[in-house]
Design a protein around this ligand. Structure first.
Ligand code: HEM
Length: 415
């Protein structure tokens, strides 16, 4: 056992037992962040704050929510919204945070793409981030089911049906996921379990992994400059804080982030107070009804681009059914984003505006995603269906064909 002496302070007492100062230095006090970054690097901390807010508001909602197909709708729309004091406020906080977290996730991920922060040693940061995106999607989808309104019910119907396209086991798999032949009470209770228990645990673990993957490569910076963190940290610790290119996570980085988080919170509570409706579909204020299909089923805004890819292939090709081609294309789109670091073939880490071909590619991808999102909400008929088709093909081509070509060219030009 370690040699324990009479403590000289409370801190010393803890240091002797659990090496508190050492832990603090590893996690924050001597964890180095480049100086050359801006507010876009605060998005990770904004995401952490939003997740915390979702967690706390979720716990409060859980005290009154009833995971039962006969009671769920009323427990949300009457008990929480009308009877429990400030229940409406916690519900709005939860719903707005769930929507806004996707906006910030998209900004965070596209900042990563713009500055090339997903490559040259940072691949694992990207892959763990994409894993978070995937699990957050499942979390949002399962949460959307819980009020058991019309959109909850029919979205569950459409999404669970997707698994039916898997050869041989599809039908049995759909039944297994639903816990019944159709979406019903067992479907609600299993998605409830996922939403309030399994997925949050996995999210917390993967956030831990995401933070850990940042330790060795460190975060990127505005110029993509390769910094010798050990050397710069030494300079900082010797007192040359002006010439050192780095600052410690605390207080240097996080205190600035608090400022950005505060600005964001003003925007967030403005939405919660005055525009909460954007995070709730009016159709979901009608109770789930298996006998009445809504005329138009669509997901929340943050899934529209994927939904449009799913619907984009609206014709059969030979033996392949349109629905299966769409499901395959959607899965491919997700997988191709996941593994983007592998087919970006250039070593150049620099902001997109300093990489001509990549800069054009980046903005084409954003425009394509916006088109997919806009058309994802429109009925997929006539002209709309063709726009959906071409922008879906465009998305896959940009990632799987154009990106490798321009980055191979870039690599050759830099030799
Ligand atoms: C709720 C989910 C997430 C949380 C809490 C989170 C948190 C963070 C934090 C705190 C950082 C360091 C500071 C910063 O650059 O903001 C970071 C960096 C990073 N994250 Fe995330 N992140 C999340 C999701 C994602 C997603 C979905 C992606 C993309 C697939 C992603 C990709 C990255 C990348 C590439 C970096 C490195 C940025 C750089 O080196 O400059 N993250 N994340």
């Amino acid at each position: 056992m370690a040699h324990i002496t009479k403590a000289t302070s409370v801190r010393d007492w803890f240091d002797q037992r659990i090496a508190l100062t050492k832990l603090w230095n590893v996690l924050a006090g001597q964890y180095w962040i480049p100086k050359n970054i801006n507010f876009l690097w605060a998005m990770g901390v904004v995401l952490t704050v939003l997740f915390t807010l979702l967690f706390i508001s979720g716990l409060l909602l859980l005290m009154y929510y009833k995971p039962d197909a006969n009671l769920a709708f009323d427990s949300v729309n009457y008990t929480i919204m009308k009877e429990v004091e400030y229940g409406w406020l916690w519900r709005h906080i939860h719903a707005v945070a769930a929507s806004v977290i996707f906006l910030i996730i998209y900004i965070h991920a596209f900042v990563g793409i713009y500055y090339g922060s997903y490559k040259k040693g940072r691949e694992m940061i990207w892959i763990s981030g994409m894993l978070l995106f995937l699990i957050f999607s499942a979390e949002a989808f399962s949460g959307y089911m819980l009020p058991w309104g019309q959109m909850s019910y029919w979205a569950a119907q459409v999404i669970t049906q997707l698994f039916g396209g898997i050869p041989f086991i599809g039908g049995a798999l759909v039944e297994w996921i639903r816990g019944d032949y159709a979406v019903s009470d067992p479907t609600l209770t299993r998605f409830f379990m996922l939403h309030v228990c399994l997925l949050p645990i996995v999210i917390i673990m993967v956030i831990g992994v995401h933070f850990y993957t940042l330790r060795i490569p460190h975060v990127n910076n505005l110029e993509g400059e390769e910094i010798d963190f050990e050397l710069e940290a030494e300079k900082y610790l010797k007192g040359d804080t002006v010439n050192s290119k780095v600052i410690p996570f605390w207080p240097g980085f996080l205190s600035k982030d608090f400022f950005y988080v505060s600005l964001f919170m003003i925007f967030f509570f403005y939405l919660v107070s005055f525009h909460f409706n954007f995070a709730m579909d009016p159709i979901n204020f009608d109770p789930a009804n298996a006998a009445k299909t809504p005329t138009h089923i669509y997901p929340e805004w943050y899934f529209l681009w994927q939904y449009e890819i799913l619907r984009g292939f609206f014709f059969d090709i030979g033996p392949l059914k349109a629905a299966d081609i769409g499901a395959l294309a959607m899965a491919f789109a997700g997988i191709s984003l996941f593994f983007m670091p592998l087919y970006d073939r250039s070593d150049v880490v620099a902001p997109a505006h300093k990489r001509k071909g990549f800069f054009i590619w980046f903005w084409l991808l954003i425009i394509d995603l916006i088109i997919l999102t806009v058309y994802g909400k429109l009925p997929p008929t006539g002209f709309n269906a063709w726009i959906g088709f071409f922008s879906s093909v465009g998305f896959l081509a940009l990632l799987l064909v154009v990106l490798p070509i321009i980055t191979i060219k870039e690599r050759k030009a830099n030799k």
